[in-house]
Design a protein around this ligand. Structure first.
Ligand SMILES: [Fe+2]
Length: 532
């Protein structure tokens, strides 16, 4: 009996069957995952965050029911994985005020090095984790990051995290949808059940992080590599914008953002601000965006913003000046930061971005024949597929693209999540002028487990050829598989590989589907197809 048959048989019998750490409950439906415990209070493992050339962030959580009432947590960091050469240690208090999570900012470290750390409480030790410092200013050391997003608990097994754990990396960039606040459909194709349901309060957001972080593959990957996360919408609620944060649901937004900071190895810099940048000497700088909490209402309106397609009046709204996905303050920070990196001779400018910046335009109406019919047409008019992405903010995207061109900011790679599929495109400064120069490359890195167009099965493969015909075209799409991206950067070259896997069965292998090679100064990648 193969695994699929076994699962079906077990569910059909309505009994309870143990299968590699998961339990099929009475009746039909996907199994509820029971987190394995080694008996220590460190049930959610450990994580570290990149911070600076001399500092790292260490994270863990203590399960209070296993801690014998202890609240003083010890931490130790060493320069070797055997923990023989301890370079710093200390204690931190844990309490219910932060759901028994703990974060430590360790300073006084050497640049561009790995460190190993662990926590201890009430005689128990946490798993060993690895942290890293950034290189010193001006250093020339290659950089290697995984980037990923969208890990719906119910939709798939975290095979991608097993792949990430085994990679040789400086860090993992997570581009949002670390949790899904929704109750979920428990629908066809789900592999496990989310017992938390809808999250809308601090306690239910925390429960969601506890559930997701209990996955052993996820914990292995976090122990192996520093994490560099930003949120997208599902850490709070579907397709949110600043109206939701400021007017519609401020208390819920505060709860969602607070729980994120409790569970992420990110040292707060200013309230709930998450946009920040990390620089790897003169080789690369990574700008991490927040395209959610400051964004104006999507162009198709607040009530409609669960929808996707936009045309006509919606595009007129999208093109209106001053409409922003970043907010004025973050926009100024990004434009200045990109220009500063270029001025400082930083070779590669990487942008960690939630929603697609390449236009998803399925019909181009910014053509002379259409303009004759209606001369008032907005610039870039057309029919767009996803009004929740940068296509709702046409003025601001044009401003960013023009800034890259005008200030001669080259070698820009945008790393993107959100759409549960893989894409690649080179974007021109004016995407309606095919003679205008390319100013950035976008790499959309699939999803860890969330269901994408692949739910169409073979239908997904049949619609894949369509995007190259869109305006502008895409160089590569994969609607069928889950996975993540790996970006490797040297002073002369950026390489982006897409790793793909099946998520319906635990333990499915991870393959490289395609690899893009971008030489410095030449924005057009060459493509190697390995498992297309
Ligand atoms: Fe998602």
């Amino acid at each position: 009996v193969d695994r699929r048959g076994f699962l079906r048989a077990s569910a059909g019998l309505g009994g309870v069957a143990l299968l590699g750490g998961c339990v099929l409950p009475e009746g039909f439906g996907p199994p509820v995952y029971v987190p394995p415990s080694d008996g220590t209070p460190f049930t959610l493992g450990v994580a570290s965050g990149l911070h600076s050339a001399s500092e790292v962030v260490l994270w863990t959580r203590v399960e209070p029911s296993l801690a014998d009432g202890a609240s003083t947590l010890g931490w130790t960091i060493a320069s070797d994985p055997t923990m023989e050469t301890v370079v710093a240690s200390g204690t931190v208090e844990v309490s219910a005020a932060s759901d028994h999570t703990a974060k430590v900012l360790v300073g006084g470290l050497q640049p561009d090095r790995s460190y190993w750390y662990r926590f201890g409480i009430a005689g128990a030790q946490s798993p060993l984790g690895r942290a890293r410092t950034l290189p010193a200013a001006g250093a020339v050391t290659p950089l290697r990051l995984a980037f990923c997003s969208c890990q719906n608990w119910q939709s798939g097994w975290y095979n991608a995290w097993e792949g990430i754990a085994a990679e040789d990396l400086d860090a993992v960039v997570f581009l949002g949808d670390y949790i899904y606040e929704s109750a979920g459909s428990a629908g066809i194709g789900d592999v496990r059940r989310d017992p938390v349901g809808e999250s809308a309060t601090l306690e239910t957001y925390r429960a969601k992080y506890r559930l997701y972080r209990s996955d052993p593959s996820l914990r292995r990957a976090h122990a192996a590599h520093p994490l560099v996360p930003v949120w997208d919408d599902h850490e709070f609620k579907d397709n949110f914008n600043r109206y939701d944060v400021e007017v519609e649901d401020p208390a819920r937004a505060q709860a969602g953002f607070r729980a994120w900071f409790e569970y992420m190895p990110v040292w707060p810099i200013d309230g709930f601000r998450i946009h920040r940048s990390l620089r790897w000497g003169s080789v690369g700088e990574l700008f991490l965006l927040d395209t959610r909490q400051y964004r104006d209402i999507q162009a198709d309106g607040h009530e409609a913003h669960g929808s996707f397609v936009g045309a006509g009046r919606t595009i007129r709204t999208a093109a209106a000046p001053d409409r922003s996905i970043l907010g004025a303050s973050q926009r100024a920070w990004l434009l200045d930061g990109l220009e500063g990196a270029q001025g400082d001779g930083v070779a590669w400018k990487l942008v960690g971005n939630q929603v697609m910046i390449s236009p998803l335009r399925i019909a181009d109406l910014d053509e002379p024949i259409f303009r004759q019919l209606d001369p008032t047409r907005p610039r870039h008019d057309g029919i767009y597929l996803n009004m929740d992405d940068w296509d709702s903010y046409l003025w601001e995207r044009d401003l960013l693209l023009a800034h890259l061109h005008d200030r001669k900011i080259g070698d820009v790679g945008v790393l993107t999540g959100d759409v549960h599929s893989f894409w690649q495109a080179s974007v021109r400064v004016d995407f309606d002028d095919l003679g205008s120069p390319f100013v950035l490359n976008e790499f959309v890195g699939g999803s860890i487990s969330s269901t994408g167009p692949g739910i169409l099965g073979d239908g997904a493969r049949s619609i894949e050829p369509a995007p190259p015909a869109w305006s502008p075209p895409f160089r590569y799409v994969d609607f069928r598989r889950n996975g993540y991206g790996v970006v490797s950067v040297t002073p002369d070259r950026m390489t982006v590989a897409y790793r793909v896997c099946d998520v319906k069965f635990p333990g499915s292998p991870v393959l490289t589907s395609v690899r893009f090679l971008v030489n410095r100064g030449d924005p057009v990648p060459t493509v190697e197809y390995l498992n297309p």
